[in-house]
Design a protein around this ligand. Sequence first.
Ligand SMILES: Cc1cc2nc3c(=O)[nH]c(=O)nc-3n(C[C@H](O)[C@H](O)[C@H](O)COP(=O)(O)OP(=O)(O)OC[C@H]3O[C@@H](n4cnc5c(N)ncnc54)[C@H](O)[C@@H]3O)c2cc1C
Length: 461
Amino acid sequence: MDPQLKKISSRYHVFENWAHTFICEPELYFTPETEDEVEKIVIFAKAKNKSIKVIGAGHSPSDLACTKDFMINLDNLNRVLEINREEKTVSVQAGISLNQLNQELWKNGLAMSNIGSISDQSLAGAISTATHGTGINFGNISTQVTELTLITATRGTLTCSEKTNPDIFKAALCNLGALGIIIRITLKCEPAFRLEAIQTPAKFDEILNNLDHVVHSAEHVRFWWFPHTDDCVLWKANRTIKEPNSSTIGYIRETLLGYHLYQFLLYLTRLRPSTIPRLARHMFKIKYSTPTCIIDDSYKVFNIDCLFPQYVNEWAIPWEKTPEALRKINQWTKETNSFVHFPVEVRFVDKDDIWLSPSYGCKVCYIGIIMYRPYRVAVPYKEYWKAYEQIMRSLGGRPHWAKAHTMSVLELEKCYPKFNDFKKLMHELDPNGMFLNAYLRRHILGEVGEDVDTRLFKAKL
Ligand SMILES: Cc1cc2nc3c(=O)[nH]c(=O)nc-3n(C[C@H](O)[C@H](O)[C@H](O)COP(=O)(O)OP(=O)(O)OC[C@H]3O[C@@H](n4cnc5c(N)ncnc54)[C@H](O)[C@@H]3O)c2cc1C
């Protein structure tokens, strides 16, 4: 091996995702510091007939980023390359984390228009799976990208945008790591802004019966429903010029009760799952039954504490179908006497024209379900997942690509008009499958068999 590559590679690296649900041991693990080194790794992998997976922050709750061959970590390619305050654009290396990016933008009087619940992801990782926040008139994070540069297997390094290589651009904005390695990204931002977020208790039917009004009642709206109860928490945020207020959420309520006590009590419910509804009611009363108002820098308000390891599943459906979906989930828990964890998170995203984006051509509602793994123990979740996926499928749902799901290639072809164009482009840019892994073989190529079985990567389920 080239001595330069030897210096930045290691053996025996064990990769585990954030939720500790998927694990893999790549043959070689690379930590390049320059784009030139990334290109060299691609040439080396080609010569050795090895596949490559780039890893971001490892936050995908599936085997999407897993591989047995070469894994590349781009954490060291995290520089801001250019900030244009007049045009409100920023160009960065693709390994930058959203946390770092938020702060760099803020120092320069700019901010991303919308982000998700956390900022621990790498920007490239977030884009590769169409990571989203909430706001019916705000697209997912990929819609903020104006240009990106991709190292491909066959066509070298390509820059793409609406004008240059537009097809590759529309595919690369939600690329699942299948088209090559993104090394540079330019984003359109907006002037730095504060958000005022008001969180109030609300009732399930009250929200669902007035969904149109609720969804359009603020720039960014989301709500959490506590299954087995009719309690919800409604969160609405708008841009504001008001001064930041000191957070009204204290350490005791947030950390001691919201994290530690909740984790402990959830752990106990494993012995008697029928106590979950009571726990839901109590936690709601302690933590969410009084309204709160936070005014702060936008990125701090968008982000929340996602607590401890969990199984999650999340699909997007046309937003008008939200009431039907939630009522069906509610009905299923009642009819089957199943006890599931709270909350169910409901968010809204504007439509776009990104080939594999779950919001392609349609404003959507993402419904996220969760089963926590207190102290990382296993909890039963498969029946819940099965029922949930059946409901979401029946309503024209598309799964979040980062999350483990059971959509077959035939189903995906039906719900994504550009699915086969994506596949064709993937074959053109990567005819030998250098960027494929088990996840992509299952869900994009439709291959079955031991090599593409999720169990290969599952360590702790
Ligand atoms: C606690 C938590 C909260 C979350 N909140 C949200 C949320 O609010 N909204 C939402 O939509 N999702 C959310 N997610 C999912 C998360 O945003 C996605 O899984 C995202 O892809 C993770 O980014 P990452 O940097 O960890 O990427 P990884 O999980 O490491 O990788 C994801 C994919 O991107 C590819 N990739 C990474 N870098 C590159 C690159 N440079 N070039 C090409 N391909 C690349 C990988 O190969 C892989 O296919 C959350 C996940 C967790 C664990």
